[in-house]
Ligand binder design. Structure first.
Ligand code: ADP
Ligand code: MN
Length: 517
């Protein structure tokens, strides 16, 4: 359907006008001999008559009306038929939806559990949502002309007296308003400037145009997405998509190629890096985009990591859940930076935007490096990996003052003959009230993985814990060991409460011994 082209198309024999005229989609009705103008096709009278017909007759007969007595002339443009048919279809769809709603109501009654027919509706929610600037005769609040023409309609609904009375239904006033509202359509939508012409659009024409403008907008958006983000689009919400588009538009990212991983708490995409706005920063050729999911309930169980992290303590209480999710992204960024500074192999932060973290991609040609759990290493590499990890855990603890807190073969990638640590949004400082417990859990994962993997040198989890933390917990069984860890944590908490600072065992004076390969 192309309503703006109707006038021009309906006048095939019209003389070509001057350049400005051919640009204006409304044409110049006065100078051309149009057999059937848009105004005729769209007239309110016609619409009313159609409505009547529709009420009295069956659907196919209504369509036939289009060729009936209302439109005369030989070169009737078929696109106007299409428009009529689509308008009728809309009516039909609305009826259908109303019926659905009635059925929905009937089925649900006043039961507490209800079912929804939402997905079966014909008129897309987008259409009904956008109804705010649909012409509504009761509503003159959004009048874009109000500033220049303070001809407000008073409450009683009319101005003037006797035969000079102007009601809010006044055709001229409303027609002008509609013309002004046309400016709200998407910029690509050609409506012509109409400068110097006192255009008055009837409601019918305006609504049909608006409908068309929106569906065109959606159609082009869909096409665009299909081309560029075939997999990316479904995994994220519209706001995140906008953030990603902006990064591509700004040239920072070249293309977003697709999704690498969809986890419970994040979605990770691969992208080719673009050009940096500043010279001192180089964007890696391949990037990983980690989008922290904004579905709130999935993050509730992570509260314990961040709530007790003193770095975020002051902020936590004031934040809403959406902001807390941004804090996860922020935390990952800070932790990665610390690791980078210590020389631990990990993704390099490129940029953080709200809950979207862009970092360098570990892998090549869109293929992410395999997780340690998925790769089969020679026994030599396995031993090498173990030594490296032990070293990294110590560096992480000592130099970065961090405990990974989710360290396992799932969050270690094998790339370029070495292990890379990822997924550090939940990492905490050792003095976190549960920091040592998290460290012990990390140690258990690492020990078990490498002991099962046949690395004879692999320390058991308690030895590993002491080697990393520099503490000397002597308990020889897990239960006692954990009890001692918790006692230490409690001591530290009390100390923080009483003295406002951490115990010396956590300070950098008593460095843990760095494991020597
Ligand atoms: P989650 O919290 O969802 O586990 P991760 O940070 O572990 O998030 O990322 C999920 C997966 O995405 C990883 O297991 C890895 O396969 C991939 N991934 C994440 N970051 C990168 C990266 N920088 N380079 C390559 N792959 C990555
Ligand atoms: Mn992970």
């Amino acid at each position: 359907m192309d309503p703006v082209g109707v006038a021009a198309a309906a006048a095939p024999d019209a003389r070509p006008g001057p350049a400005w005229q051919s640009k204006c989609p409304w044409g110049a009705p006065n100078t051309t001999s149009i057999s059937c103008s848009l105004a005729d096709v769209m007239s309110e009278q016609l619409a009313k008559e159609l409505q009547l017909e529709e009420e009295n007759a069956a659907f196919p007969e209504v369509v036939a009306v289009a060729e009936g007595p209302f439109i005369t002339g030989e070169n009737i443009d078929t696109s106007s038929d299409l428009m009529l048919a689509q308008m009728l279809q809309m009516e039909f769809d609305r009826e259908y939806d109303a019926q659905l709603r009635r059925e929905e109501k009937k089925i649900n009654g006043d039961s507490k559990v209800s079912i929804s027919f939402e997905n079966y509706r014909k008129v897309h929610p987008y259409d009904s949502d956008s109804s705010e600037d649909e012409v509504d005769w009761q509503d003159t609040r959004h009048d874009p002309y109000r500033a220049d023409k303070p001809t407000t309609t008073p409450r009683k609904g009319f101005v003037g007296k006797g035969k000079d009375i102007t009601t809010k239904h006044d055709e001229v006033v409303c027609g002008r308003k509609n013309t002004a509202r046309m400016e709200n359509f998407a910029p690509e939508f050609q409506v012509g400037d109409g400068i110097g012409m006192d255009l008055k659009l009837s409601n019918q024409v305006f609504n049909a145009l608006k409908q068309h403008a929106y569906s065109e907008e959606r159609r082009s958006a869909r096409l665009h997405e299909k081309k560029e983000h075939s997999t990316a689009e479904k995994a994220v919400d519209p706001k995140t998509r906008l953030l990603l588009y902006k990064m591509v538009n700004a040239g920072m990212l070249e293309t977003i190629t697709g999704c690498i991983s969809t986890g419970k708490e994040s979605v990770v995409f691969h992208a080719y890096g673009g050009k940096s706005a500043t010279e001192d920063k180089v964007i890696p050729p391949e990037c990983a985009i980690k989008v922290f999911k904004t579905t709130l309930n999935e993050f509730k169980n992570r509260d314990k990591y961040i709530k007790d992290d003193y770095r975020f303590k002051d902020r936590f209480s004031k934040l809403n859940p959406r902001k807390i999710i941004r804090m996860w992204a922020e935390k990952e960024m800070h932790n990665l930076t610390r690791m980078q500074n210590a020389g631990i192999p990990c993704p390099q932060v490129v940029i953080l935007k709200k809950h979207v973290l862009v970092m360098s991609f570990i892998g090549q040609d869109q293929v992410p490096a395999p997780k340690l759990k998925d790769v089969t290493l020679s026994s030599e590499d396995m031993k090498k990996a173990y030594c490296q990890i032990l070293n990294m855990m110590q560096q992480l603890y000592k130099e970065c003052n961090l405990v990974h807190a989710d360290l396992s073969e799932y969050n270690m990638l094998w790339h370029d003959g070495k292990v890379w640590l990822i997924d550090v949004s939940q990492s905490v400082e050792p003095t976190h009230p549960h920091g040592l417990e998290f460290l012990f859990r990390d140690c258990r994962n690492v020990s078990q993985f490498f002991q099962k993997g046949g690395v004879a040198e692999a320390l058991n989890e308690r030895e590993l814990f002491n080697a990393v933390s520099g503490l000397n917990i002597t308990a020889d069984n897990e239960v006692d060991f954990q009890a001692e860890i918790e006692a230490l944590e409690k001591m530290n908490e009390d100390h923080v409460q009483n003295h406002g600072k951490k115990l010396s065992m956590f300070s950098n004076d008593g460095d843990p011994p760095i494991y020597d390969e």
